[in-house]
Structures are given as C-alpha cells and as structure tokens.
Write a protein that binds this ligand. Structure first.
Ligand SMILES: Cc1cc2nc3c(=O)[nH]c(=O)nc-3n(C[C@H](O)[C@H](O)[C@H](O)COP(=O)(O)OP(=O)(O)OC[C@H]3O[C@@H](n4cnc5c(N)ncnc54)[C@H](O)[C@@H]3O)c2cc1C
Length: 507
C-alpha cells in the first residue's frame, strides 16, 4: 500500500457486507481506507464457523440472493466473487403433508413477459383449488396496485391486508407465508404491506429475472473473508480483523477519531459506522443519539428518518408526505425489532435426494439445501433453514433435529434407511430486523447529522428489507455521500427494469 499523505483517510467500523461494500467503492477511488472488524473474520451475519465437534467449516446459515438484488450482484462482480454463486432456473416445491408421499412440483418461468412468466407454474400447483388460485391472482393484482403503502405503511399488517382482500386461509399459509417467511423471516402479522409488496413486485411480478435464486457454491467464509478480503487488500484497504472499536471521538462537532478497545486512537477525515443497530448506542456520542430526527414516510417508497439539521437535499419532504414526528436516534434504533433464523445442519451416511434444494410447505422445515458429499469428509451434508424461528426457542436441539429428519424422510421415503451421522442447530437470535408496519420511519439515512459520519448497515434507510442487498446498498449509499461531498459521483446499480406488460397492467 502506498503511503500518500494527500489521500483522504476513511475509517470503517464493521466488516459485514455494509462495511465491505463501502470499502469496495472508496478504495479504488483514491481513499485511504482502514476497516475495523471486532471478530476474527469478515462477513458479519453472513459468515462461516468451525463446528467444534467435527472440525468442519460450516456457514452460520445458508444465504441466498435473488435476481432483483442488483447492488449485491454488482458488489460480487467488482470484488471478483460472482463466480461463487450459481443461479437456479428451477425451484422445487414440496406438497403439504398428507397420508401419501408428497408430490414435488417444479417452479420455473416460461417465455412470457413478467408478470405472466410465472403464471403457468402457479396454475399447476396441485394443492390449490381453482378458487384458491383465482384468489392468489386477485391478491397479487391488488398488491401491485396498492400504492398507498408507499406513503403510509404504519396502519395495517400484511395479515390484516390479506384478510381485507379475502385471501383464504390455505392461500395465506401456503402461498403468501411461504414466500414472505423466507424473504423477510417474519410471520404475516409482523410484516408491513410495503415490505410484502416489495418482495412480490420486485421479486416476482415486474421482471422475468427478479425471482431467480442464486446460491453460493462455496462457504460464506471463502467468499467474504477470503476472496473479497483479498480483492479489498489489493485495492489498498487496510483490514484490521479482531480489532474492536470502543467509540467514536468527536471534536468541534465532527468525528475526529476511532478509539479502539485496546486504547489506541486512529484519526481520519471520514467515518462509516457499519455495525448492527443495537450496537450503535455504545459507539456514538450522547449528543448525536439524543438529536431529534423527523421521521416520515414519503411517496415513492422512501420512508426516511432525517434530522432537521441534515443538509441532504435528497431527503427534503415533498408534497403529500405523511406527517413527520420528532424522534431521537436512540429512540429510533430502540424501535427496530429483530427476528431469529435457525438452521439445522445434518450429515447422513447417504444422500436423501439428488435435488439441490427444495421448499417445504406446512412443515417446520422450510428450505432444504443439499450440499452433497464434502470432499475429504464422511457423510452427505444438508442444511434446513427455519425462518421466523421464535417458536423453536423452547425446544431442545435434539428435538428439532429429530423433527427435521422425520420431515425430510417423509418427503423422500427411499431415504428412510439413511443414518444421521451428526447434526447441530445454529440459531441467530437477531438475524434480521423485523419489517413491522411503520418500521421504515425509524431507519435513519446514511448521512448522519455529523457531516463526516455515515451510518451503514441493512437496518439503515435503503428501501430494502434486512438482506445482503440492503446491507450492500447501505454501504454504497454511505460511500456515495462521502464522494458527493468531494464533488465526485458514484451511481448505484439500477433496479431491474419493469416489463411493459407490468407497467401497462399496474401503473
Ligand atoms: C441466519 C441468517 C440467515 C440469513 N439469510 C439471508 C439470505 O438468505 N439472504 C439475504 O440476503 N440475507 C440473509 N440474511 C441477512 C444478511 O445476512 C444481513 O442482512 C447482512 O449480512 C447484514 O450485513 P451488515 O453489514 O448490515 O451487518 P452485520 O453483518 O451485522 O455486520 C456488522 C459487523 O460489525 C461488526 N462490529 C460490531 N461492533 C463492532 C465494533 N465495536 N468494532 C468493530 N466491528 C464491530 C460485527 O462483528 C459485524 O461483523 C441472513 C441473516 C442471518 C443471520
């Protein structure tokens, strides 16, 4: 790394995707970037760990991304890890339990423009009656047309919206819940209409490729802690893992230095605080935490939490915005709730199925991922993801593993003799923020009231739920603000274009 004193120095606190994304924009544009991560590895909530009993490296949880996640894809391309994801052209839905072996129905698009591209596959789902299928079509049409949720999203939960739109119970649990629990990790009564709408419109209705799921072909640690770390180092980022920041120090109303847990201070010109919302309080000065924000939800889907003294023009309220109310940053982050995700990791002495993955309906197990035989290891490894996993908290690990195994063997009866060699459950208790009605009012913009301090993280205002895409966007937006203050620009990747058919039907 060159030692050019004229370069602006940036300190990034947090080596999750938000911090990594900010670094990936700033370093190649001539900034002298130092990133501090308190854990020994990068990746934050998307990382690998070593299973103590077997010594195997496993992911904290299977992570997937979708075609509509354009910033995440851009991040992977610019940091050289796009080849470590495989796009799936077919999903596999497993029929709800009954007294016979369940049918497994492929879910794929046909050569029609969105939103017609998925209509055939929906029409073929045998567990819905004709009446239920027409209710789904009616619900999707109403949701696409529901623009009110963009301006006022605090009134109603998505469960209430579904009841108001006369969605039968089986459709709620087997269609709406199945999609949303995977995307948002919450139950329908804890999901806002705006976030539900975003998932369906961006993911399934407006562009042919939005729904396509991409799955990592390597452990998350190899992607973020290895490949991306190497790419960032090559572009000049100083990565300090295992180095926690105790707090940010202010001087004359500006951020001046990061005080490390070992007492050292590192001064810089710009700071990006990219830690989860529940950790902000201990790192930020009291005067910033107590400063009042105006929370509002604006037309165009941009809910925002901005300070009255913020100089960001982009966030100026416009006609038609819902009434704002003052809330401190401390109170705002205190309002953001979180949801758990659990993953069951199982090794069998033989494969259960050749399918690479499957979505299971009406079961505790939600997504099955077949990781196959691991090289140099005994056993066939698979992972089962259980989102919105609050109900599991009272159950033992052994009971969860038994139930998951029973469910998998009922789906693939030929695997009945497979012997489980090992299993464990990992629960991330604060996996994602809950997309509750009104939550966007409490998500601050990246530009903090302090000129040279940006906030980043999936929880900041990105218009996205708690996802890798949201985290990367927040890092990009923070970097964009830093560049803008120096008269430079960085354009975020655009969203997937909406098809002419979608615009004709729903605009
Ligand atoms: C189990 C699970 C499954 C998920 N599945 C998916 C999925 O399939 N698809 C998807 O898109 N998203 C998924 N997500 C969500 C996704 O992982 C997160 O939205 C994203 O990783 C958040 O990134 P972040 O950078 O905002 O925050 P984080 O990943 O939390 O990063 C913050 C970092 O800051 C560090 N830090 C904290 N305090 C300090 C300090 N004082 N000094 C230095 N460093 C500090 C932390 O150690 C951490 O590494 C899942 C999350 C979980 C937990």
């Amino acid at each position: 790394m060159t030692n050019d004193d004229s370069r602006s120095r940036v300190v990034i606190v947090g080596g999750g995707l938000a911090g990594l994304a900010a670094a990936s924009v700033l370093a190649p544009r001539g900034f002298d970037v130092t990133l501090f991560e308190s854990r020994p590895r990068l990746g934050g909530r998307a990382s690998s760990i070593v299973d103590r009993e077997t010594g195997r490296t496993i992911d904290n949880c299977q992570h997937v991304t979708m075609g509509c996640c354009t910033s995440f894809r851009h991040f992977c391309e610019t940091t050289g890890c796009a080849d470590l994801f495989e796009t799936q052209q077919t999903l596999h839905f497993v029929e709800p339990p009954s007294d016979r072996a369940p049918r497994i129905v492929p879910f794929r698009s046909v050569a029609l423009p969105a939103p017609a591209h998925l209509s055939l596959t929906l029409a073929r789902m045998p567990w819905f009656s004709l009446r239920e299928k027409s209710a789904i079509a009616r619900g999707l049409r109403a949701l696409s047309r529901d623009r009110q949720s963009e301006t006022d999203d605090s009134a109603e939960s998505f469960a209430e919206w579904l009841t108001r739109h006369r969605q039968p119970e089986a459709v709620q649990s087997r269609f709406w819940h199945t999609v949303l629990v995977s995307a948002l990790s919450e139950t329908l009564d804890r999901v806002s209409v705006r976030h539900a709408r975003k998932v369906f419109v961006d993911g399934f209705l407006s562009n042919r490729h939005g729904w396509e799921v991409s799955i990592p072909t390597a452990p998350l640690g190899e992607i973020y802690d290895d490949r991306i770390a190497r790419s960032l180092s090559e572009s000049g980022v100083t990565l300090k893992t295992g180095t926690g920041v105790k707090r940010l120090l202010m001087e004359d109303g500006r951020a001046a230095a990061a005080e490390l847990r070992d007492g050292l201070h590192l001064s810089a010109d710009e700071f990006v605080l990219a830690v989860p919302h529940w950790l902000c309080g201990s790192l930020l000065p009291d005067e910033l935490l107590a400063s009042n924000f105006e929370s509002r939800a604006q037309p165009g889907g941009r809910g925002s939490c901005r300070t009255a003294s913020s100089n960001s023009d982009a966030q100026t309220g416009s006609a038609g915005a819902s009434p704002s109310r003052a809330v401190s940053l401390r109170d705002a982050v205190g309002q953001i709730e979180t949801a758990p995700i659990a993953s069951a990791h199982l090794w069998f002495d033989r494969p259960l199925t050749e399918l690479p993955h499957a979505t299971l309906l009406d079961r505790t197990s939600q997504w099955f991922f077949n990781r196959g035989r691991e090289s140099g290891q005994d056993g066939h490894y698979c992972q089962v993801v259980i989102s919105a996993a609050g109900e599991l908290s009272s159950r033992s690990e052994a009971a969860i593993l038994d139930e998951v195994e029973t469910e998998l063997k009922s789906v693939w009866p030929n695997a009945g003799n497979a012997k489980r060699l090992h299993g464990r459950v990992i629960t991330e208790h604060r996996a994602v923020f809950s997309p509750l009605p009104g939550v966007d009012q409490f998500r601050p913009d990246q530009q903090s009231p302090i000129d040279n301090l940006q906030l980043a993280g999936d929880w900041t205002q990105t218009d996205w739920p708690s996802t890798m895409e949201g985290a990367v966007r927040s890092g990009y937006l923070a970097a964009q603000n830093i560049l803008a203050r120096r008269g430079e620009s960085f354009e975020l990747p655009g969203e997937l274009p909406r098809s002419l058919l979608f615009r004709t039907l729903f605009s």
